[in-house]
Design a binder for this molecule. Structure first.
Ligand code: NAD
Length: 295
């Protein structure tokens, strides 16, 4: 099967990034969102990112123009009718995703592959919302999509080898390294990273070291590009909390039990970089230790 047209559902942070890497790979991309303003913002964001590269001299203006020409805005799910692949990247909410997939199942042509970018919802539970379960797959990109090299491909219980092959080729054409994982909570990266992050939270609660020193230790001693707290702030503490809750529910293993301080920060609305405060304070425009809370 040849993939030419890809529709992305949800024009947020991940959806816009997927539209960008798809267009850069030469695919005809359609970016859809229930909120028209989100589509405009997503497309403008891709344009801004590429324009910066043009200004720096690392991208030709023609490359920007040809990439942007391949991204079309959409506010109608019906535009998925002639897509070869649909990649869903809406909020991390199982009922919302199931509802969208059952609508897509009715709209899309029979050979169209349906993929979800969920971080934590079991792929098989989403696949159950459609009749074409052999053509349903997890396509887990990492943030920011244009920068991060990995795309985990997750096999739901009925995903066919052909679907894995087609989607692997698409992801690789988008410049991604692919791995195939079974449909287990957290797949590969979030499972291993979450276990490490929980250990970092325990170190903080036990008073082993400060947020800053734990990050410093892991960056300089384990050669991580970002410390566990910096990364949690970058991804969003709400996303982090929901991933941990899923892992805890899935494995029934106390090592994944969501941390109480994390829960309090989420309840207080401090979700990391996107709200200005999380494990660190970003309100001055720079990353600073928090002085308004005691961890
Ligand atoms: N942010 C990350 O680091 C990251 C990494 C990997 C995977 N993911 C997953 O990707 C998905 C999207 O995450 P995000 O960070 O881009 O979220 P986001 O909040 O930036 O974007 C979600 C978008 O979905 C749209 N949306 C909501 N309901 C919709 C509907 N019914 N139809 C169409 N669009 C709808 C919203 O308007 C919003 O623009 C989630 O499942 C998340 O778990 C996120």
């Amino acid at each position: 099967m040849t993939v030419n047209k890809i529709m992305v559902i949800g024009a947020g942070f991940m959806g816009a990034g997927i539209a960008q890497v798809g267009a850069q790979a030469g695919y005809e991309m359609v970016l859809y969102d229930i909120a028209p303003a989100a589509v405009d913002k997503g497309i403008a964001g891709v344009n801004k990112l590429l324009a910066k590269k043009v200004a720096k001299g690392t991208l030709a203006q023609e490359a920007l123009d040809s990439t942007m020409a391949l991204i079309k805005a959409s506010t109608s799910l019906e535009d998925a009718a002639d897509a070869d692949l649909v990649i869903e990247a809406v909020y991390e909410n199982a009922d919302l995703k199931k509802d969208i997939f059952s609508q897509l199942d009715a709209v899309c042509k029979p050979e169209c592959i349906l993929a979800t970018n969920t971080s934590s919802i079991p792929i098989t539970s989403l696949a159950a919302a459609v009749k074409r379960q052999d053509k349903f797959i997890g396509m887990h990109f990492f943030s920011p999509v244009p920068v991060m090299k990995l795309c985990e491909l997750i096999r739901a219980i009925k995903t066919s080898d052909e679907t894995i092959g087609v989607v692997a080729e698409v992801a690789q054409k988008m410049g991604k390294v692919t791995v195939v994982a079974k449909d287990v909570p957290g797949f590969i990266v979030n499972r291993i990273n979450s276990a490490m992050r929980c250990e970092a939270y325990k170190c903080l609660e036990e008073g082993v070291a400060t947020v800053e020193d734990i990050d410093k230790a892991m960056k300089n001693g384990a050669n991580l590009p970002m410390g566990p707290f910096e990364l949690a702030d970058f991804v969003g503490l709400d996303v982090n909390y929901s991933v941990l809750s899923t892992l805890y529910a899935g494995y029934k293993d106390s090592k994944f039990a969501p941390n109480l301080t994390l829960e309090k920060l989420v309840t207080a609305g401090d979700l990391g970089r996107k709200t200005g405060k999380g494990w660190y304070d970003y309100t001055s425009g720079e990353k600073k230790p928090r002085t308004d809370v005691k961890f």
